[in-house]
Ligand binder design. Structure first.
Ligand code: BDP
Length: 684
């Protein structure tokens, strides 16, 4: 078992009785016509049923009076009513002794086919099946940070999946499997290249390559998008400026869009990182984000494409609080964007930390559709050696109340449009896929791709339900083992936070975002040092964002402020995000800040030992290769968790000047020794 098949394993169901019961309901697949999306649906059902039932199931053109099969139906189909369906939703029901998969569109049927297979994979009964499922947001995307040279920014599972040097002529079979995996979750958009974009992607040469990828993705309901380099009209267009208000620049983009749509008629649109981390943008010409985004929207006007304009911006100002930057730049532009524009906001105000409060922008822009950007790749979550199940991170953000329109104005409702009635809605996940045979490096990181996709489809699913599905489809159906693994997954994020950034600490790293470096104090920008974020001093620890400090809290609704701006009542997970807390301050746990920090660092690192034991319990239920892979990675994780703990406690101890509280033992190494380890790690 090499993990290549992801959650689409379709291994033979061992229980013959169950297999027969399923087989009685799946004697044929009826499909009228030769639409390529429907064909993909029927193909998948054939592959899946062949594996699960050990039988080859015929595809027939029309069920006629036959019963005991699966009928794919588009439009009004034979179901009683599909009023409850939106464009990509599906309904699976039992009718006249057939299982009917009904969708308003072919894509709906495709998602229904995967939905039906999921029922078998998780061993649900089929005889009485009746389910309706609709995606909650319209654009459910993966963002690949892939470069022309084959590398992936913040990718930890090998190189890019896209073989640029072979495209457009050769289509790697893997592209189709990638598309199948995404379609199984309902992901319908792929941004193929890095947000730090090369202008090369807009050349004729690359548009052809991307068009070739699009032909493979199309039958799976997936549209391709490009990240664009804002000054491309200058770099590859030979113009003197990239000013978005310049008529020639506007014409260049309009022509470029035309060229793209001629080759990719269902092209999805543009993703833009501008005036962010050194990337050029409209501000270079005295214009604002809306000017830039609206110009691109105008270029896309004749077509069914959108502009995803990122709000990940902050300036190198030593006095500013980076936390506030996006809100300050975007807040006043609410209502100024073209209706084809959606502003893509990272879940937190800083940058994909193990735990962040939600970005205040989600409570601010009622007139501007906001897309959620989550990071699936584990940039700040231990790359591909630490096991961190991310659904709890995504859920925590989605479920937080912004109070934008009073109680129950959750981030989820902002993003899915139900709060403000956004015309377009989107969710983006920064992909964790790469050329590794198992796609994601850490076998358990497949669950993060899975969980992201499931939540993009339906933000009400629970982290636990998603974990259970994924485990059953991927690892084992044995109930006790499923329980053990789910428990492990569901606790993994909190464990990581405990040894890594407890109580609301953030960014204790330098450029590589892996090794502990809370002492790091030199960089080309103050906000690229660790000390900028944790603010340890002789008095205490944490970033004061109340009115006595940066007052970033003022960017939230009064109800949110009330919860977070009092150090006595601020929830501990967010404490140091908002408060500079004295080392000796008693927290609600009854311990002082210093003791509580130590407790978290130590229990966090110890808990990885618990994770190893928990994993060992399922040894007999898991394929041996996967078992050994995860066990080995957990061993590394344990070693590194202790490394993290030691780095933090020894460093902070210099400020807190207190002993490590009992029963915890003093680290076996000195701060100097830990620093040396990190220096070696950072050597190139
Ligand atoms: C940060 C990454 C950087 C990305 C940037 C972004 O460290 O590589 O380019 O985000 O999202 O997390 O633009």
């Amino acid at each position: 078992e090499d993990g290549y098949r992801l959650w689409l394993k379709y291994d033979l169901i061992k229980d013959a009785g169950q297999r027969d019961a399923y087989a009685r309901s799946a004697q044929f697949i009826a499909l009228n016509g030769n639409n390529s999306v429907l064909k993909a649906a029927a193909d998948e059902l054939q592959i899946g049923l062949q594996g699960l039932l050990g039988k080859s199931i015929p595809v027939i053109a029309n069920a006629g009076s036959r019963t005991g099969g699966i009928v794919l139906a588009v439009g009004n189909g034979p179901t009683a009513s599909n009023q409850e369906l939106n464009a990509e939703g599906y309904q699976i029901s039992s009718q006249s002794n057939n299982i009917v998969i009904n969708g308003k569109t072919e894509s709906g049927v495709l998602y229904g086919a995967f939905g039906l297979l999921r029922q078998l994979q998780t061993r649900q009964p089929l005889s009485t099946i009746s389910l309706t499922s609709n995606p909650k947001v319209r654009y459910r995307m993966l963002n690949h940070w892939d470069n022309t040279n084959g590398t992936i920014e913040r990718g930890y599972a090998g190189g890019t999946l896209w073989k640029w040097f072979e495209l457009p002529e050769r289509l790697d079979p893997r592209y189709r499997d990638y598309a199948r995996a995404n379609a199984s979750l309902g992901i319908n958009g792929t941004v193929v290249n890095n947000v730090n974009a090369s202008a090369r992607f807009l050349t004729g040469e690359y548009i052809q390559k991307v068009a070739a990828l699009a032909t493979v993705f199309r039958p799976y309901g997936i549209r391709v998008y490009l990240s664009v380099y804002f000054p491309a009209p200058k770099t590859i267009g030979g113009l003197k400026t990239a000013d978005p208000l310049d008529p020639e620049v506007r014409k260049w983009w309009a022509d470029k869009a035309k060229e793209i749509y001629a080759l990719i008629p269902d092209f999805g649109g543009f993703l833009v990182k501008a005036n962010s981390e050194g990337e050029p943008g409209p501000q270079d010409y005295g214009r604002n984000h809306a000017d830039g985004a609206n110009m691109l929207a105008e270029a896309l006007k004749p077509y069914d494409g959108i502009v995803l304009w990122r709000a990940f911006v902050y300036k190198a100002d030593p006095k500013a609080d980076r936390f506030k930057a996006a809100y300050e730049e975007f807040g006043d532009l609410d209502g100024k964007f073209d209706k084809k524009v959606i502003v893509q906001v990272k879940n937190g105000p800083i940058d994909f930390q193990p735990r962040e409060p939600f970005s205040p922008l989600f409570g601010k822009m009622p007139k501007t559709p906001l897309a959620m950007e989550f990071q699936i790749t584990q940039e700040y979550l231990g790359f591909a050696t630490h096991m961190v199940y991310e659904a709890p991170i995504f859920k925590e953000c989605l479920e937080t109340d912004t109070y934008a329109k009073g109680k129950n104005s959750t981030v989820a409702r902002v993003v899915d449009g139900s709060l403000h009635g956004y015309a377009i809605t989107a969710m983006a996940g920064v992909a964790n896929t790469g050329s590794d045979r198992n796609w994601t490096g850490h076998p358990m990181a497949q669950a993060n791709w899975y969980a992201y996709g499931r939540l993009a489809w339906d933000n009400t699913l629970s982290a636990e339900a998603i974990a259970n599905e994924w485990i059953k489809m991927t690892l084992t159906n044995e109930p006790q083992a499923v329980k053990h693994i789910a428990d492990l997954m569901l606790r993994s994020r909190e464990i990581y936070v405990n040894y890594n950034t407890p109580l609301g600490l953030s960014r204790p790293w330098s450029g590589v975002h892996f090794a502990p470096e809370p002492w790091q104090n030199k960089s080309s920008r103050p906000d690229w040092t660790a000390i900028y974020y944790h603010r340890a001093d002789s008095v205490g620890l944490g970033f004061d964002r109340t009115s006595t400090g940066s007052n970033a809290l003022a960017q939230y609704s009064p109800e949110v402020q009330q919860r977070w701006n009092n150090v006595e009542t601020c929830p501990l997970p967010y404490l140091l995000w908002f408060h500079h807390v004295p080392w000796t301050k008693k927290l609600t746990t009854g311990r002082t800040l210093w003791d509580e920090l130590c407790t978290r660092f130590y229990t966090g690192a110890d808990s990885v030992g618990w994770m190893q034991k928990q994993w060992a319990q399922v040894k007999n239920n898991i394929d041996p290769e996967t078992y050994a892979d995860v066990a080995a990675r957990l061993e590394t994780q344990h070693k590194e968790a202790i490394w993290w703990r030691d780095a933090w406690v020894l460093y902070l101890q210099e400020y807190a000047r207190q002993p490590i509280p009992a029963p915890y033992k003093k680290p076996e190494r000195t701060l100097g020794e830990v620093k040396q380890l990190v220096d070696i790690y950072l050597l190139r």
